[in-house]
Design a protein around this ligand. Sequence first.
Ligand code: SIN
Length: 304
Amino acid sequence: METSLATQIGDLKLANPTMLAAGILGYTGLSMKTVIDAGAGAVVTKTMGLEPRKGYLNPTVVQTDCGLLNAMGLPNPGIHHFKSEMGKLKKTKAPTIVSIYGFSANEYAQVARKAQTIGADAVELNVSCPHVEKAGAQIGSDPQLLSEIVEVVADNVTIPVIVKLTPNVTNITEIAKVSQNAGADAITAINTLKAMAIDTETGRPILANKFGGLSGPAIKPIALRCVYDIYNAVDIPVIGCGGISNWQDAVQFIQAGASALQIGTAVAFQGLDVFSKITKGVEKYLKSKGFSNIKELVGYAHQF
Ligand code: SIN
């Protein structure tokens, strides 16, 4: 029996459920093409804004016992300068999702429109970066502002609108519902958790920005719980993100309700093979359990 790994996020068709998460290897067309060639079902770019932005000074990344802590400060060339990189992805066999941010609804709309013009197959709204003033999580934890932004973006593009949520809120399911009601086609859960590291000897916070976002295995159980709760609360697809490092993690996120999976920190720790390893492991699992289709496994854990 043939087992299908194909999945769908709104109108977006993926040959397998793995995606490159925003923030890693998503700056250039060439690096994203390499990720697609390694077997990712889709790629998400580094978050792009309206204007070029340098980001924070170094250090911007710290390895912790259980993951990575980063505060890059949303460095990017500006969406208008990203056209040539997107051009390099035209003939690839997997969709490109452009991650975007802004400081107002109007900015989000302008960036989203431009992303669509330069070839984005979907946009992912970064309303969840935990440490940039007046952007990211400050938007994603304000239901009214979030609703306005999602609605304006959805009105300005014809491609799917995905909203990437922050776990740094009291009730993530309420935020997911607000996103759905404002016109989101899918939810990505979750972005990083606000965290910090201090150097024992000097007593100084290590990141130049002091605070950053924690990703990797440490946040996996939190992300899994968020996906489980959001799956119950909305009717749109959920994309799992947060510490997915192997096929067992991937299966658990699908059972919790994820229709697709974003992988970021594991790429940094394991290299590009992680995509094919996860895909093969999930396929083997589906076969061994008698599932003919990945869709049959989505939300499986909710029957108990
Ligand atoms: C950064 O650029 O600092 C990270 C972005 C994010 O956490 O969304």
